[in-house]
Design a protein around this ligand. Structure first.
Ligand code: AMP
Ligand code: ZN
Length: 466
């Protein structure tokens, strides 16, 4: 399998540390608000990677954190704790906020057919282990205490900037004019391992430690949770591209300083989903969630379909027009598949031929768009009998998870809704004297075995052969 590795900036042949087993860590959400569909695009990308590895025969152990402490409003260790800010705003405790938005997150996550990780660990669960790591870094003189906070000294780290492509000057945080500068740091790029004094005013969650009562910096949780559950050597670690710097850069620095050796072999990053005004953000006005899509009548899986039709390393712009087009294409595909009558015997040779093509596409740095095109090719291929087609689609759907083969009753209901929708569109087209479009809708339905019948009372339909 070929996978782009942010560490080497190349598409590489994936090699797991242990045979047939992959340790995979995903940076989870910060649960101070609902996750927007941009966040969820990132988790769809991770889901596809996990399922592709499983399709190829690997056992995957996947771990995800839940950030419920330590993530400040600026990634540069400045501003307020996002969780505390939200708790104050909503007049709730931090733990209530965390529980509420964690539940909401997984509801949306499941609605998009994403597989639950084997372990989901809130950051607040492993404080003792973070303290152990910080003590070790202080003993090694890689960390230092300044004005009560514990900092990581990046000048002690040979390859601090290895993960990112940008120039060092562009990345130095805490030194731009618009960002509050922390004068306790030795180097402007140093980051906080443990906060005590500087961020304490409204902090609800705090723990005793040898460095004073306080709480961990944001990056520490992913180092701690990953090492605890996946061991000292990790195959894959992933997040969105905004996590590359500073979050993952700092995770590598502190993990490798603690472990004394290289930690993770492959860094997997998903590009962003933007709205037409730019980057989506949880703190930017109305946030676009899966529930909003549902309320507007969209199937969440149409959004998954839309994401899979683009490459995970390309930015994607969201608009309702694009989603509508994708939903129409998705429904058409479902109808096509579900109108196939299951007959014939499995043709092993053709099954293997198509399945190998699917594997070739999906294991080429997760080319989901080509994998979906392959389904269209398969549907058109007269040499493949119906049963073989359905078995292939069932198999591809283990990775794509688009519910391509549904239960019979569900299909019928969905299909009827779809036809009624098409009849409405055709009536509208006729009203606007767009007879070409009206004829096209009728002809497209006919190809799917649906015959429209125009009567004085309106249009009805029958299914071919019925
Ligand atoms: P957060 O809840 O802010 O910690 O983000 C959760 C995940 O979503 C992280 O891996 C981010 O990198 C990712 N992410 C944030 N914004 C976007 C976006 N607009 N598109 C795709 N992924 C994003
Ligand atoms: Zn993380």
């Amino acid at each position: 399998m070929k996978l782009y590795n942010t560490l080497t900036k190349k598409v590489e042949e994936f090699k797991s540390i242990k045979p047939n087993y992959v340790g995979f860590y995903t940076c989870g959400p910060t649960v101070y608000h609902y996750a927007h569909i941009g966040n969820l695009r990132c988790y769809i990308g991770h889901d596809i990677l996990q399922k592709t590895l499983e399709y190829l025969g690997y056992e995957v152990k996947r771990v995800m954190n839940i950030t419920d402490v330590g993530h400040l409003t600026s990634d540069a260790d400045t501003g307020d704790d996002k969780m505390v800010k939200s708790a104050i705003k909503e007049h709730k405790s931090v733990m209530d906020i965390a529980a509420f938005y964690t539940d909401a997150f997984f509801k949306d996550y499941k609605a998009l057919n994403c597989k639950m990780p084997n372990i989901v660990e809130p950051a607040t669960n492993l404080i003792d282990f973070y303290i152990e790591i910080i003590k070790d870094l202080l003993n090694k003189d890689i960390a230092y205490i300044s004005n009560g906070n514990v900092y990581f000294d990046i000048s002690k780290c040979k390859n601090y900037y290895e993960l990112t492509n940008q120039k060092i000057d562009e990345l130095k945080i805490g030194v731009r004019n618009d960002v509050e500068q922390d004068l306790n740091k030795r180097n402007p790029g140093d980051f906080v391992l443990w906060f005590t004094k500087s961020k304490f005013q409204d902090q609800e969650l705090k723990w005793d430690s040898p460095f004073g009562i306080g709480y961990p910096g944001w990056h520490m949780e992913c180092t701690g949770i990953s090492i605890k559950h996946l061991g000292e050597y990790l195959d894959i670690h992933g997040g969105g591209v905004d996590n590359i710097f500073p979050h993952h850069t700092n995770e590598i620095a502190q993990s490798e300083a603690y472990l004394g050796h290289k930690w993770c072999n492959y860094w997997f990053h998903n590009e962003h989903l933007n709205d037409e005004s730019g980057k989506m953000s949880k703190s930017k006005g109305d946030i676009l969630t899966v529930s909003v899509l549902k309320d507007k009548g969209y199937n969440p899986l149409s959004f998954r379909f839309m994401c899979l039709n683009s490459h995970y390393r390309k930015q994607l712009v969201f608009s309702y027009d694009i989603l509508k087009q994708q939903e129409n294409a998705y429904n058409k595909l479902l109808n096509k598949i579900n109108s196939i009558e299951d007959n014939g015997n499995l043709d092993k040779n053709l099954f293997d031929e198509y399945n190998n093509k699917f594997i070739e596409y999906i294991s080429n740095d997760l080319n989901t768009a080509n994998s979906i095109s392959l389904i269209y090719d398969l549907l058109k291929d007269d040499e493949v009998n119906n049963h073989t087609k359905l078995e292939l689609i069932k198999s591809f759907d283990k990775v794509l998870s688009l519910d391509l083969i549904k239960k019979q009753e569900e299909n019928l209901n969905d299909k009827d809704d779809y036809i009624m929708e098409k009849i409405k569109e055709r009536n509208e087209a006729k009203k606007n004297k767009n007879y070409n479009l009206a004829d096209k809708i009728r002809d497209d339905l006919k190809k799917d075995g649906i015959i429209l019948i125009d009567t004085r009372e309106g249009t009805t339909y029958k299914k071919e052969g019925i």
